[in-house]
Structures are given as structure tokens and as C-alpha cells.
Design a protein around this ligand. Structure first.
Ligand SMILES: N[C@H](CCC[C@H](N)C(=O)O)C(=O)O
Length: 271
């Protein structure tokens, strides 16, 4: 069914990227394929699968799947990787637009180390409210930056029980049925924060989250006067930069090609 793929990393969030402009992977098979290929140890392993498909209106359309096979409307780190993939494979020029379920995304190849993405307008921002977790009240904020995010300020993100608390918020009634991603952030200085993310659809911690970084930057600016451009230190130690121009938010950062590979049938044909 398929053979060649790229393994890419956007700040530690890793993806399998496949040129599907020939439609060799039917959309009906994509979710199951994502689940199989993203399994670490049993297959290639990744946080998500990105299929680059042809588009009548834009340079391309993408289909994005989390590692559990669920579809996500948008992925900031994945968008940078998709843009770099499209550019080096002649599918798009240095400036491009592509279709996602969250809307049209503009991306620009800055240089070999950096891609800049114009994010979709943030929606449903709600700052400093409380939710009940295990009979205790927790102060949170939330905003949709292409996908839903809850954001929590922490004095020390390393000490946060991210998986335990993240999972409870991800499945909290307030955010059902779609659920949400959960981010903890810690202020480093007046324009730098460090963050950790529990990601919906990965159902665990990822080493970076692009839409989460934008959600954290918007919240830290609104609630803590953190200045744009906001520098975000990811769990992997990479830096993502969030720019604000008028009411537009841009996510800038690396989109690394780890390796190119050829899939053996056993990469997805296993129990
Ligand atoms: N797991 C997310 C989608 C990917 C977001 C993240 N990887 C990013 O870089 O924005 C969700 O289902 O909402």
C-alpha cells in the first residue's frame, strides 16, 4: 500500500509524514494506519501521522492523526514539519498555504532551522476560572488554538503530577465530549516560559506541543503580562517562539528531518 516516509520532529513532538498526493492511502484506512505506525517498539513510533494530500485551492491539504488514531483539527509542531516536507519535496514553495480541519494555514520556510506558521485565530479564550478535581478547586484558563487547551500556571512544572492531573482534566465533564489538551507553564522571565503538556490523542506527555505553546503564550500574556514574542522552552529543551502581529499569532521553530525510511509491510501488518 505505501512505502516511503519521513520521520520528523518539531521541538521533540515527532511525526511520520507521508506524501499521499497520489491518494494511495484511502482516508478510510488512515486512522488505523496511524495507530499501527505510531506504536513505539512495535513499529516506527511517533506522536502522530501526517498525510500530505492534493488540494484544488491550496498547495496541499493534510490529514492529521494522533498516535491513538484519532483525528485532530490542527497541530502546530506538525504544521511546521508538513511545511518543510512539502518544500523539500517540491509540493510547495517557501511560502505556502494548506488546508486543515481547523482552517487554512499559512506557513513560511525561514531557513534550514526554522519554519513560521500563521495559526488560526484563537477561540473561546477563558482566563482564571476554577474547575473541581478530586473535591479540590483548581484555577485554570482555556483557549482553542486550533485544538482545545487548558492552561495552568505552576511554580515548578517538574514537580507537577502531569499524567495524573492531566488525564483528569483531559476527560473532565466540562470539556466533554471532545476533551482537551492540558498544559502546565512556569515563568522564567518577562518573555520566557517553560511548559509541559499532556496531549489528547497521545494520552500522555509529549516533549512539545505547538498549539499548546500558543495557548500558553496567550494566557501568560493576558494573566501575567508576559511580553510577545514569547519564548517557550519545551520539555525536550527546544525553543518555540510565539509572535503576535495585530491579532495574528505566529508559531516559529524547528522542523527537523530525523530520517527517511521505506515501510516494510510488517510495520503496519501486525497484531
Ligand atoms: N493532540 C492534539 C493535536 C496535536 C497538537 C500538538 N501536537 C501540537 O503541536 O499542536 C489534539 O488532539 O488536540
Amino acid at each position: 500500500m505505501i512505502s516511503e516516509f519521513y520521520k520528523m520532529s518539531g521541538g521533540g513532538n515527532d511525526f511520520i509524514v507521508i506524501d499521499n498526493t497520489d491518494n494511495s492511502i484511502p482516508e478510510s484506512k488512515a486512522s488505523g494506519l496511524a495507530e499501527k505506525l505510531c506504536k513505539r517498539q512495535l513499529s516506527v513510533g511517533a506522536d502522530g501521522l501526517i498525510l500530505i494530500c492534493s488540494s484544488k485551492e491550496d498547495d496541499f491539504k493534510w490529514l492529521f492523526y494522533n498516535s491513538d488514531g484519532s483525528v485532530a483539527e490542527m497541530c502546530g509542531n506538525g504544521a511546521r514539519c508538513a511545511a518543510r516536507f512539502a518544500y523539500i519535496n517540491g509540493i510547495a514553495g517557501r511560502s505556502m498555504t494548506f488546508e486543515t480541519l481547523a482552517g487554512k494555514i499559512k506557513a513560511e520556510i525561514i531557513d534550514d532551522n526554522s519554519v513560521k506558521v500563521l495559526m488560526t485565530p484563537p477561540l473561546d479564550a477563558n482566563f482564571n476560572y476554577s474547575i473541581e478535581i478530586d473535591n479540590k478547586w483548581l484555577e485554570v484558563s482555556s483557549v482553542n488554538t486550533g485544538v482545545p487547551h487548558v492552561i495552568i500556571k505552576s511554580e515548578n512544572i517538574a514537580d507537577e503530577p502531569l499524567i495524573e492531573t492531566g488525564r483528569k482534566i483531559r476527560f473532565h465533564d466540562k470539556y466533554s465530549p471532545a476533551g482537551t489538551n492540558v498544559n502546565f507553564y512556569e515563568i522564567t522571565d518577562d518573555s520566557t516560559v517553560a511548559m509541559r503538556t499532556y496531549e489528547r490523542g497521545v494520552e500522555g506527555e509529549t516533549l512539545a506541543c505547538g498549539t499548546g505553546a500558543v495557548a500558553v503564550a496567550i494566557t501568560a500574556n493576558a494573566c501575567e503580562n508576559i511580553n510577545f514574542p514569547v519564548k517557550i522552552k519545551t520539555r525536550s529543551g527546544a525553543t518555540l517562539t510565539i509572535h503576535k502581529q495585530d491579532n495574528n499569532f505566529f508559531l516559529e521553530g524547528e522542523a527537523r528531518i530525523i530520517y527517511q525510511g521505506v515501510l516494510n509491510k510488517e510495520a503496519y501488518d501486525y497484531e
